[in-house]
Write a protein that binds this ligand. Sequence first.
Ligand SMILES: [Zn+2]
Length: 270
Amino acid sequence: MLIDYQYGPVTVYKAARTLFKKPLYYTHFYSLGDLLIDCGPSQIGGEVLPVVKKKAFQKLAVTHEHEDHCGNCSLIKEELKIPVYAHPETLSYMANPPSIQLYRHLMWGAQPPVEGKPAPQNIRAGEFSVKVIHTPGHSTGHISFFEPENRFLFCGDLYLGEKLNGFMDGENIADHLQSLEKVIALQPAVIFCGLKGKLEDATNRLKRKRETWWELSCQAIEMHEKGYSRNEILQKFFSGEVYFFYLSERNWGRGYMLDSILENIDFFKK
Ligand SMILES: [Zn+2]
């Protein structure tokens, strides 16, 4: 399933694999001028290609390496003959993608390898220009794109919601929080999120997310310092581990967020 609609100068693409005509999980990608930002999962590449071929895109920029964001990079690069820009760490992953868990194959599909170029500091997007902001946390090479005239922030998987309390294996909460600070300072008006789509009142949303995570982290650290175990803290503040932890072959779970909090105690105390 691929739905597209216009929000001012931005085209919003809302994509999902369907099962019995029901969407499994929405992911969003966007375009501004001749710039395509992320490109959706390979499972729906057959729907994405004809839609993007109708527009004269000159470049594709990718927020990070997860297959729901960059699964069609190889296809689009080949068909449209345009460069693919990303952070150098994302590029090395995309050139040689590691194997992924079964649920990721089913939901989004694997990403074919693709060679890209390091994203410059600014990327032209038709009559607009976007600043490239390094926003690690969700992944080390995660970048966001800020359009200052409209104060649009294309932020991949940096936001995802205000009360999210789980991580993929490898996410880092200290990096996440510093990235949130960085984008809050830009005072964006609209977030273009990989999961939730277009969201107004952006700065306040980002601030609330930062505050929720700070509060949760400080409570978890306080309990840890009183001698409670990892499992006791997980039960108290995260309602225990989710079944999806096992379904995802231990790729996503609440324990990863707690572990990252406890590994970054110094960050929260400085
Ligand atoms: Zn992601």
